[in-house]
Design a protein around this ligand. Structure first.
Ligand code: SIN
Length: 462
């Protein structure tokens, strides 16, 4: 039986060793999830809602312990991990309500002898693959709407951070949600992806992760035309226009850029600032970025934890070196950035940035804020859209006409206007272009777990 270690990215210590789920057992779990689906879909919406509320209550009771797990296995600072638990439980609460709001409709018929009805049904068994950067929230934002819709779900958490998922699933069972309605497997992404996309009893695959892996899953799903939701990579631009409130823009830039040490799909990856205010913005940004404390997330004052692993560190350093080679100026020396060693990198602002640099084209996934100056808003919008990605984008302006103009022209699924933290359980999250399709959160987030069925009744009896 092959095993894998869960490693604390702050200390390098092995926290736990798990055995990978045998392939035969994965198949068995899917079959059991299908059996569970046949009865779960018959449970009335109010009862499904009640069970979700019970799950929510248990997550809230275990808030501190769950946050500690997130910090231990993912390195996220403890205060931020508490925020993730709140964010995660927000999805359970939202879909506990939405379970009761899965409406159908009637259509006026074109004949007095007909009645036309539209109904919604659960898709079936869901296979979910989730990432390490939000081990609680990415789980609940798939599991809660799936269960609310009447689907059952088998989840494959990232092998870096399985402990939070396992605890969340245990709490769901304690809440009374049937064991096989919500289960997990421990497997590599490759194994789970292959089985989920090929298994005839998996009716839907939902994935959060990189665009290359998403493309592979879409390709594999094509053979059986499986229903898929893909929340893929991003390369979020952040535009600060000349009429922005600089203090606010700096505060919000830090919020989006340094969340989870820069390891989220919606972290601002590249910053465009109008030349008239660039000096003031860069000065304030550098001052505040250098004040962010870096260290083990269990230390309550820490704002930036470690990166997930050495591979993550290497990629970030490569982007920094590349920027320097292309004329970028670092706000702190390379030695200072790496001073703490291990998976820790001190946050850095890069100025004198141009579009030949990797950090303006590739997801950095780390605490690096490259700032490029622009003179014309159309140039900034053009650069912001000049990518295959379309997940999140941000802009700062206090003029409503400029704001609406930028909003209308940014080709992104999520847009923050004077707001660096747009994510919310009650709002639709998802991308366009190669950032994927389907939405999670909000009233839209339950739709991927439902099928529409149409009934036409002939009412003439004789
Ligand atoms: C992600 O990084 O994929 C999720 C970020 C969020 O939900 O805000």
């Amino acid at each position: 039986m092959t095993k894998f270690d869960v490693i604390n990215p702050s200390t390098g210590e092995v926290i736990k060793t798990y055995a990978f789920t045998e392939e035969a057992e994965i198949h068995h779990k899917i079959e059991r999830a299908y059996e569970a689906y046949l009865s779960w879909r018959e449970v009335d919406a109010h009862e499904r809602s009640r069970l979700l509320w019970q799950w929510s209550a248990l997550i809230k009771e275990n808030r501190d312990a769950l946050a500690e797990l997130i910090t231990l296995e993912g390195g996220k600072p403890y205060q931020e991990a508490l925020g993730e638990v709140d964010y995660a439980v927000g999805y359970v609460d939202w879909y506990a309500e939405e379970a009761k709001r899965i409406y159908g409709r009637t259509i006026p018929a074109n004949s007095p002898d007909k009645k036309l009805l539209v109904d919604q049904f659960p898709v079936g068994v869901v296979g979910a693959i989730t990432p390490w950067n939000f081990p609680a929230a990415m789980i609940t934002r798939k599991m809660a709407p799936a269960l609310a819709a009447g689907c059952t779900i088998v989840c494959k958490p990232a092998t870096q951070t399985p402990m939070t998922t396992i605890r969340l699933v245990e709490l769901a069972h304690e809440a009374g949600i049937p064991e096989d309605a919500i289960s997990y497997i421990l497997a590599s992404g490759k194994t789970a992806g292959k089985i989920f996309t090929e298994h005839e009893l998996i009716h839907k695959v939902t994935f959060t992760g990189s665009t290359p892996v998403g493309k592979k899953l879409i390709e594999q799903s094509a053979a059986s035309v499986k229903n898929v939701t893909m929340e893929l990579g991003g390369l979020a631009p952040l535009i600060v226009h000349k009429d922005a409130d600089i203090e606010h823009a700096v505060e919000q830039t830090i919020k989006t850029k340094f969340r989870n040490a820069g390891q989220t799909c919606i972290c601002a990856n590249r910053i465009y600032v109008h030349e008239d205010i660039a000096e003031a913005y860069e000065k304030q940004l550098i001052e505040q970025v250098h004040a962010l404390k870096v260290g083990d997330g269990m230390d309550k004052d820490v704002k930036i934890g470690p990166l997930i692993n050495q591979k993550g560190v290497d990629k970030v350093l490569n982007h920094i070196q590349d920027a320097v080679e292309h004329g970028g100026q670092l706000s702190r020396e390379l030695d200072d950035i790496q001073e703490l060693g291990g998976n820790f990198l001190k946050p850095v602002v890069i100025t004198n940035v141009n579009h030949d640099m990797k950090c303006m084209h590739e997801e950095t996934f780390g605490p690096v804020a490259p700032v490029m100056r622009y003179s014309d808003i159309d140039e900034a919008i053009h650069l912001a859209n000049d990518t295959e990605f379309g997940l999140a984008s941000y802009f700062f302006t206090n003029d409503y006409r400029t704001g609406l103009y930028i909003y209308n022209n940014l080709h992104y699924g999520v847009v923050g206007w004077n707001d660096g933290a747009p994510s919310a359980p009650h709002a639709p999250f998802g991308g366009v272009k190669e950032s994927g399709y389907g939405r999670e959160g909000g009233i839209e987030g339950i739709e991927p777990y439902l099928e529409t069925k149409y009934l036409s009744i002939g009412t003439k009896t004789e």
